[in-house]
Design a protein around this ligand. Structure first.
Ligand SMILES: Cc1cc2nc3c(=O)[nH]c(=O)nc-3n(C[C@H](O)[C@H](O)[C@H](O)COP(=O)(O)OP(=O)(O)OC[C@H]3O[C@@H](n4cnc5c(N)ncnc54)[C@H](O)[C@@H]3O)c2cc1C
Ligand SMILES: NC(=O)c1ccc[n+]([C@@H]2O[C@H](COP(=O)([O-])OP(=O)(O)OC[C@H]3O[C@@H](n4cnc5c(N)ncnc54)[C@H](O)[C@@H]3O)[C@@H](O)[C@H]2O)c1
Length: 466
């Protein structure tokens, strides 16, 4: 089918979507290649996103000596003053290991890797340009998996010591005493929690009145309360209009808010959304037009408006997670080569690696209320659970929502130690269409946090029987 082309599938971008798309094509016996403009393979996921941020979090937690709450150096023992160098060393080590694994996997599957920036010449032809070389590659099919870049801060360019996005944050050479975080999305909340746990004064500014609106409100309220206990200040309902650098000494950043206020900070993390990384692709040459945030629209089979070009991962928008991007990339490759593959399950979990961590699957309470679905809640607090005591986590909470009539599980919401792991029990039950009776009749290992499921189910059962 692809006679005359260099490759059967060319994936632009080597993040989770591009990698999985290429490997899936190779497994189907196709000639696959990946183009990556970054120094190394792995995408935002390995270079600046998921892997570095989660490794940094572990480094912070190991300083605190437990999965949680309070600030570095508090509690027993001498005060520890962490250094940027010490914290980031582990990040670099894990990133390198992840890259080795990905490179090895691509090599094993005979996927060619082109280093350079891809730019369409025509719908089947891409120019790949780097400082060292340039080449032209043709392909029968193309997977656009270029991911996203941070929205730029208004008014200033990023400056390593004053204004950073999540791309530069973990390259700081010293830790600040105060940090302002603009944007209380997932990135802002995660990093605010991590820096606060290091004893840094953190202020979070967001134009919305409630952060993380897609999560269950009870869980978000609990998170904000725990973050406030860690001295994080939230300025909600405040829009940052402009950033300005004031030459010192000391040099400072001034944030002008729409309300007329001015806030001064020694370092600003600007994480107020991300946009599709399509600006350099010359999409018109391929016959494609991105939306106003640089993203591409696809159908349920990841096809763009041009039949032989598919797109997957963050560049197509929600849910923009590493795991869903990888699965989309794999499915897009299957679709491309006419291989039957079940669509991705609709119930995928969301994990927010704040301190404490949060995870959810299914629907939050306010969505059920809006849709007038009759439901009952069951709660288990870690302080009632033996494993919670052993871990020293008294503030964790697991909440399940069941349909009042047929007792189906509708949603699970967890805040506390291992929430992002614990959620998968709920995900399996939800995905298999199970409900209250499963939890009432099953037994879990003891002492584990899984016991929360039993306790929460009994709580819901008692309410439904009352
Ligand atoms: C700070 C942060 C933390 C995150 N934490 C989590 C988390 O905990 N859990 C989670 O599930 N998700 C997390 N994410 C999201 C996750 O990283 C993304 O969903 C995932 O990386 C998207 O994969 P992708 O393959 O679509 O694109 P990306 O990983 O963004 O990869 C795209 C690649 O394409 C390359 N590229 C772009 N344009 C071109 C071009 N013209 N030519 C050649 N190459 C090009 C880029 O250099 C990049 O390497 C986080 C993101 C950030 C920013
Ligand atoms: N654990 C995870 O799964 C994880 C972790 C980190 C990032 N991610 C991914 O990264 C992306 C999140 O990126 P993000 O947090 O930058 O974006 P976001 O869009 O989620 O949040 C941006 C926030 O900034 C606020 N904002 C925008 N402009 C503002 C302004 N001028 N002043 C004040 N507030 C402003 C918005 O109200 C919003 O709350 C998502 O796609 C997410 O899926 C996922």
């Amino acid at each position: 089918m692809s006679h005359g082309y260099d490759y059967d599938l060319l994936c632009i971008g080597s993040g989770p979507a591009g990698q999985r798309g290429a490997v899936q094509a190779a497994k189907l016996g196709k000639r696959a290649a990946v183009v990556e403009r970054g120094r190394v393979v792995g995408g935002v996921c390995v270079a600046t996103g998921t892997i570095p941020s989660k490794t940094f979090r572990e480094a912070v937690l190991s300083l605190n000596g437990r999965a949680g709450f309070g600030r570095a150096g508090q509690g027993a023992g001498p005060v520890i003053r962490p250094t940027a160098e010490g914290l980031f060393a582990r990040v670099a080590e894990v990133e390198q290991r992840q890259r080795d694994i990905i490179e090895d996997q691509l090599q094993r599957n005979e996927v060619t890797v082109f280093k350079g920036e891809a730019r369409f010449i025509d719908p089947h032809t891409v120019a790949v340009t780097s400082n060292e070389a340039s080449s032209v590659v043709t392909a029968a099919h193309i997977l656009i998996a270029v991911g996203t870049i941070p929205a730029p801060p208004p008014g200033v360019a990023t400056a390593p010591d004053l204004v950073v996005t999540s791309d530069e944050l973990l390259r700081l050479t010293r830790l600040p005493r105060r940090l302002a975080v603009v944007g209380a999305g997932v990135i802002g909340i995660e990093y605010a929690a991590m820096f606060a746990a290091l004893g840094i004064d953190v202020t979070v500014i967001d134009k919305r009145d409630r952060p993380l609106e897609f999560l269950d409100r009870e869980i978000v309220d609990e998170l904000l309360s725990q973050m406030r206990n860690c001295d994080v200040t939230f300025r909600l309902g405040e829009e940052v209009e402009q950033l300005e650098i004031v030459e010192g000494p000391p040099r400072r950043v001034v944030m002008r808010l729409q309300s007329g206020k001015r806030l001064v900070s020694e370092l600003v993390l600007f994480c107020a959304g991300r946009q599709g990384a399509t600006a350099q692709l010359n999409l018109p040459a391929a016959g494609l037009t991105p939306d106003e945030r640089g993203r591409l629209t696809v159908d349920r089979q990841y096809r763009t408006a041009v039949p032989h070009i598919v797109a997957a991962g963050d560049v197509i928008g929600f849910p923009s997670l590493a795991t869903t991007s990888a699965e989309q990339g794999r499915l897009a490759a299957c679709v491309t080569f006419g291989v039957e593959a079940d669509p991705m399950a609709s119930h995928f979990p969301i994990g927010i690696y704040a301190i404490p961590e949060i995870s959810m699957v299914g629907e939050p309470e306010h969505e059920l209320t809006i849709r007038r679905v009759p439901y009952e809640t069951g709660r288990a607090r870690y302080r009632e659970i033996a494993r919670g005591h052993i871990l020293g986590d008294d503030s964790g909470l697991l909440k399940m929502l069941f349909h009042r009539e047929d007792r189906r599980l509708l949603g699970v919401h967890v805040i506390g130690t291992s929430a992002t792991e614990l959620i998968h029990i709920g995900q399996a039950v939800l995905g298999l269409g199970g409900g209250l009776d499963y939890f009432l009749t099953t037994a879990f290992n003891y002492p584990t946090l899984a016991e929360c499921y039993k306790v929460a189910a009994l709580d819901a059962h008692n309410k439904l029987s009352a």
